[in-house]
Design a protein around this ligand. Sequence first.
Ligand SMILES: [Zn+2]
Ligand SMILES: [Zn+2]
Length: 227
Amino acid sequence: MKFKAAVLRKSGLPHPYAASRPLSIETVEVPPPAAGEVIVGIKAASLCHSDLSVVNGDRAWPMPIVPGHEAAGVVEEVGPGVHSVKPGDHVALIFLTQCGECEHCIAGKPSLCARGTQANREGRLLSGGPRLRSDGQAIHHHMGFSAFAQYALVSEKSLVKIPDDLPFVEASLFGCAVMCGAGTALYSAGIRPGQSVAVFGLGGVGLSAVLGAVTAGAARIIVVDPG
Ligand SMILES: [Zn+2]
Ligand SMILES: [Zn+2]
């Protein structure tokens, strides 16, 4: 399948980006999904600061790469052995790829999955790759899916089925901001009902931490943001 994607070939280009134009819209290609892989039509992709860190070079990733790691969309095609979703299903894509089989995944701490983290760091899918190509050249995946594109070829373990009536824009935030912010409030911080909570920074992650604190029953929530 061929589609358009925003390709980053070199990080750390000078400001302003309107002049240096680090991202180029290119036609890329992916093969049909292999076993355990899914092609998703991207309907919404959020912009996270971690995407900017890819562009400005604060975080080193293999180049070239298609950034984007918060997204939601519709399943277009599934590879052999995929049973959790079918074409037409709505899904949110999650950047924390989890194998589901290692000691951390089995212990209920998939964010520590070493296989998923290694695949992400190498710019490939948990199931292999990189699968993206542009004029025959390999293009790396960002966090297991590369959302700044019309489609994404992903591991089945990089997506979660969502209700059809959940708007795609809101659903895309579950892939990073909600997972990080609400996840921190509910699980890492372990907020208990009645506690007081301070959240520093009200970007997507901070706002999601507030949602998590509300969900956990915090009595008082203090937010600190430079505005
Ligand atoms: Zn993010
Ligand atoms: Zn694992």
